[in-house]
Design a protein around this ligand. Structure first.
Ligand code: PMP
Length: 400
C-alpha cells in the first residue's frame, strides 16, 4: 500500500525550477538561475561581532525558548528600521518576527485561505507563493502587470468579479518581473483595499535593493495618506536579500486581529523564530551597520545589473526584450522570434545548459495562461566577467 498523503498535496507539484536546479551541479555552469543573494556580499564581520555580543551579554535569553511574536529587542529594531523607511507608526507590538518572509506567506495561507477561496496575484509572481497558497486550496486569479506593476483598472475589475479573500502583490522590484508599482497605482491599490474591504498583502523583500533613485514609498508607508487602508494592509519584510537568508529573519505587519491569528498558527508551527538568530539580527541592526551594508550591496548589484543589461543588448540584440532593472536581483526578459531564433524559454533553458549557462524559464511564474517566451535571469551571484561570459553562452544557445 502506498502512503496516503493529504488531499491538499494534489494541488501542488514539485516546481519545474527545482528540477532545473539539479542540473546546476554540472561543472563550469554559470548560473543566472537562483534567487540567492551573493554569499560573498554577506557582512560576515558584522554578523560575527553581533553574535559574539549576544553570547557574551545575553546568552540565557538568546539560547532559550522565546515569545512566538518575536524577540523584543529585534521587534524594537525592526520598528525603527521600518520608521526610517517612512512607515512611521509601526510599534514593536504591531509586528511579529517570522522565519523568513516565506513563513509570513504560509501564515497568511493558514489564517485566510479555505479550500476554494480566491486570491488575486500578479501574473507573473513568486513561484513559492503560488505553491504555498495552492497548498491551502486557493484558487488563484492572475492580474496582469506592465512596466508600472499591476494594472489597477484590471485589478479593480477582478476584485469586483471574484471577491477575493485577498490580493497578493510584490510592488517593488517584483520577483520575477522586476517591475515597480508607480506611486499613482500604489494609491489606487490602497483605495481599492478600502473601497472593497479587501486585504492587500505587500511582500517587500527587495525594496531596499535599489540602484539609483529610491522607489516610491511602500504601500505601508503610503497607507498613512489613505484613510482606513491600514485596516486592510499586510506588509511582509525580510533581512534575506540585504543581510543573510540563512538567518531566516522576516517580519509581518498586519491589523491586530490578523496578527493575533497568525501568531497562534505560528505557535503550532515553529513556536518561534530562532532566538539566537533574532538576537544576532537585533544586535546587528543596533550596531548601525545596515546603512553601510545596504550601500555596498546596492552598488555591487547595480554594476552587475548594468553589465547584464549591456551584454544582453549587445549579444542578443532584437532576439530579446527587457526593461533595464532599477533594483532587485532579476532581469525579466522576453524572447522574440527575430530571425527565426528560438523563442521558447523552456527550449532555450535546455540548450543553454548544454552551452554552460543556466536561467529559469518564465512560464512557471504564471498561475494562469503562461507566457512561454519569458525568462528570469538573476544578476546577483555571478561577477561581471562571469555575467559577460554567461550572456555570450546564452547568445550561442539562442543562435543554435
Ligand atoms: N517573497 C519573495 C517575493 C521572494 O522573492 C522571496 C525569496 N526569494 C521570499 C518572499 C522569501 O524570502 P525569505 O523567506 O528568505 O524572507
Amino acid at each position: 500500500m502506498p502512503i496516503a498523503f493529504a488531499d491538499r498535496l494534489a494541488n501542488v507539484e514539485t516546481s519545474a525550477i527545482r528540477e532545473l536546479f539539479k542540473l546546476l551541479g554540472k561543472p563550469g555552469i554559470i548560473s543566472f538561475a537562483g534567487g540567492f543573494p551573493d554569499s560573498a556580499m554577506f557582512d560576515v564581520e558584522g554578523i560575527r561581532e553581533a553574535s559574539e555580543r549576544v553570547l557574551r551579554e545575553e546568552p540565557g535569553a538568546a539560547l532559550q525558548y522565546g515569545a512566538t511574536e518575536g524577540y523584543q529587542p529585534l521587534r524594537e529594531q525592526l520598528s525603527a528600521f521600518m520608521a526610517a523607511k517612512g512607515a512611521l507608526d509601526v510599534a514593536p507590538e504591531g509586528l511579529i518576527v517570522t522565519t523568513g518572509s516565506q513563513q509570513a506567506l504560509d501564515l497568511l495561507g493558514k489564517t485566510l485561505i479555505s479550500p476554494g477561496d480566491k486570491v488575486i496575484v500578479e501574473g507573473p509572481t513568486f513561484l513559492a507563493t503560488i505553491q504555498c497558497f495552492r497548498l491551502y486550496g486557493a484558487q488563484l486569479i492572475s492580474a496582469p502587470i506592465d512596466g508600472q506593476g499591476v494594472q489597477t483598472d484590471r485589478l479593480e475589475q477582478l476584485i469586483v468579479e471574484h471577491h477575493p479573500k485577498f490580493v497578493y502583490l510584490i510592488p517593488t522590484f517584483g520577483n520575477p518581473s522586476g517591475a515597480t508599482l508607480s506611486l499613482e497605482r500604489r494609491r489606487k491599490v490602497l483605495e481599492l483595499a478600502v473601497k472593497y474591504q479587501t486585504v492587500v498583502v505587500e511582500d517587500d523583500p527587495y525594496g531596499d535593493l535599489y540602484f539609483g533613485e529610491a522607489p516610491p514609498p511602500s504601500l505601508l508607508a503610503l497607507s498613512r495618506e489613505v484613510p482606513g487602508s491600514r485596516e486592510w494592509l499586510v506588509h511582509c519584510g525580510s533581512l534575506s536579500k540585504v543581510l543573510s537568508p540563512g538567518l531566516r529573519v522576516g517580519w509581518m505587519i498586519a491589523p491586530a486581529a490578523l496578527l493575533a491569528k497568525a501568531t497562534m498558527c505560528k505557535q503550532f508551527s515553529d513556536a518561534h523564530t530562532s532566538t539566537f538568530a533574532q538576537a544576532t539580527a537585533a544586535r546587528y541592526l543596533q550596531a548601525g551597520r545596515m546603512p553601510a551594508t545596504l550601500a555596498r550591496v546596492r552598488q555591487v548589484y547595480a554594476e552587475r545589473a548594468q553589465a547584464m543589461g549591456d551584454a544582453l543588448r549587445q549579444g542578443l540584440g532584437d532576439a530579446i526584450g527587457f526593461v533595464q532593472p532599477q533594483g532587485g536581483l532579476f532581469v525579466w526578459a522576453r524572447l522574440t522570434d527575430a530571425g527565426g531564433k528560438v523563442a521558447d524559454g523552456n527550449v532555450l533553458a535546455q540548450r543553454a545548459i548544454d552551452k554552460g549557462v543556466a536561467f529559469v524559464p518564465g512560464a512557471p511564474f504564471f498561475c494562469a495562461e503562461p507566457d512561454h517566451a519569458t525568462l528570469r535571469l538573476s544578476f546577483a551571484t555571478a561577477d561581471v566577467d562571469k555575467i559577460r561570459e554567461g550572456v555570450a553562452r546564452l547568445a550561442q544557445a539562442v543562435q543554435a
